[in-house]
Design a protein around this ligand. Sequence first.
Ligand code: ATP
Length: 236
Amino acid sequence: MALLELNSISVHYGRIQALHEMSIHVDEGEIVSLIGANGAGKTTTMRAIAGLLGLSAGSIQFDGGDVSKTKAHLRVIRGMSLAPEGRGIFPAMTVLENLDMGAFARKDKSSMDADFARVFDLFPRLKERSKQAGGTLSGGEQQMLAIGRALMAHPKLLLLDEPSMGLAPQFIRQIFRIVKEVNEQGTTVLLVEQNANQALKLAHRAYVLETGHITREGSGAEVAADPAVRAAYLGA
Ligand code: ATP
């Protein structure tokens, strides 16, 4: 069953059209990767799903309802949360306070301790640094904090915008391993990545986005085997 459905959505920045009647869906339990070059519209897609950008056409269905006009914080309450590109953590707040902010929309505060434990279990580094200001963490640690914060909302759908961006290889491997683990624990994931190789390996299904158009879709393996994809994104 589709948890998320984008039905022919278009997004404009003024007169510039960034997304052209784009349709994708994410089924419950899946990891879906959206790959594409710089400027293809990946971040725009994530921001539109999260409610940070309005649609000029089309609609977004989430968990059985139309959320096209739903405010961003209410989309969090309905069960989606975004770990934004460039991390977007609160630098002056401690790790613990950052994680706490992620839980703002929760109705059920009683299970929060369990979620703190889960995040610290996934990211032991964050536990060690829980009293440190977010801004003093390394890039990789800030990325972990952004993901941890998104998980504190206890989302049905986790939206990850380029979690591997700017990270050293050992952090990249770790982030992808954790995404897999989070998914196995029951969270559906939409992952946007320029790191196509890893993103396609991880994905149940994948889409290729080129200048605001979806040009290919299939299982992660099918998309990775496509000669045009290999030439453009996998350096083959
Ligand atoms: P990147 O990997 O660089 O983040 P992306 O695939 O996420 O790329 P977007 O950031 O979504 O791409 O940008 C899609 C298109 O929209 C690009 O042509 C970009 O120049 C344009 N764009 C993005 N933000 C704005 C803005 N605030 N105003 C005008 N145009 C924008």
